[in-house]
Design a binder for this molecule. Structure first.
Ligand code: ZN
Length: 137
């Protein structure tokens, strides 16, 4: 059964971002290394996405929602979401993953609308900046 990929907006994602069942998957390429990112997001570059799907599935064990984005979520984000959805259908794995969604307007939309970003250089991001930001609110 083909999976449906839906879109969510930054304002819809904000309250979900710290839900332990939700994983945010950043599929930007080299810009992830020098641009900030959404706190706690995973990084799977689009140019090597398909071969890394098994690693991604290990990383998102226990999550039921995967949120994909790239810089604008025009091309890389939706295409990686589609690749993952097709992979799950073909291999009949990932039954616990209920939702494969794409963040509308991508990271740039998230940032320009004033949502919190993280500038850490940890791989993977441990969400450190977001914790600090929430403590100062
Ligand atoms: Zn970070």
């Amino acid at each position: 059964m083909a999976r449906v990929i839906s879109y969510i907006t930054a304002s819809q994602l904000l309250p979900l971002a710290r839900n332990p069942k939700v994983a945010i998957v950043d599929v930007r390429d080299e810009e992830r290394t020098y641009d900030p990112h959404i706190a706690g997001s995973l990084h799977y570059a689009s140019d090597s996405f398909y071969q890394n799907i098994p690693n991604l599935l290990r990383d998102v064990h226990g999550k039921d929602t995967l949120v994909f984005h790239c810089a604008l979520s025009k091309v890389r984000g939706p295409s990686c979401a589609r690749m993952l959805a097709d992979y799950l259908s073909e291999k009949k794995v990932g039954a616990e993953i209920k939702n494969v969604v794409v963040l509308e307007r991508g990271f740039n939309g998230w940032r320009t609308s004033g949502r919190p970003v993280c500038s850490c250089t940890n791989i993977p991001c441990n969400g450190g900046d977001a914790q600090k930001a929430s403590q100062s609110q």
